[in-house]
Design a protein. Structure first.
Length: 108
């Protein structure tokens, strides 16, 4: 499934669309960035409440194609700018991580 398909089907708010044509083959839910670096599968969507520039750095290292920020948390400009530079899509939802993870799992 492409990033844009996931976002459209679940009606998420798009903050950065740079990687919308990339494939999503899996998902990972975590707020501990060291856990994400060690365990998140490549070509996945990261479901998290971590909304800062370091999240993009970790996503790049882990080969993550898309971030889904939960609980409608704000995303700072420097984070979004870095996501654009790295080609990582960023979406936001009002849903909590449990609900968002379940919905993403159902689509994948």
């Amino acid at each position: 499934m492409k990033v844009k398909d996931l976002a459209e089907k679940l009606d998420y708010e798009c903050l950065v669309s740079e990687g919308n044509e990339l494939e999503i083959k899996n998902g990972y839910t975590s707020d501990l960035l060291s856990d994400v670096m060690g365990n998140a599968p490549e070509d996945s969507v990261l479901i998290t409440i971590q909304a800062h520039k370091n999240t993009i750095a970790v996503a790049t290292l882990a080969g993550i194609n898309c971030l889904l920020i939960c609980n409608n948390r704000p995303a700072p400009d420097d984070m979004l700018e870095t996501a654009k530079e790295e080609g990582i899509s960023v979406y936001r939802t009002r849903e909590n991580q449990f609900t968002a993870s379940w919905k993403v799992h159902e689509l994948l």
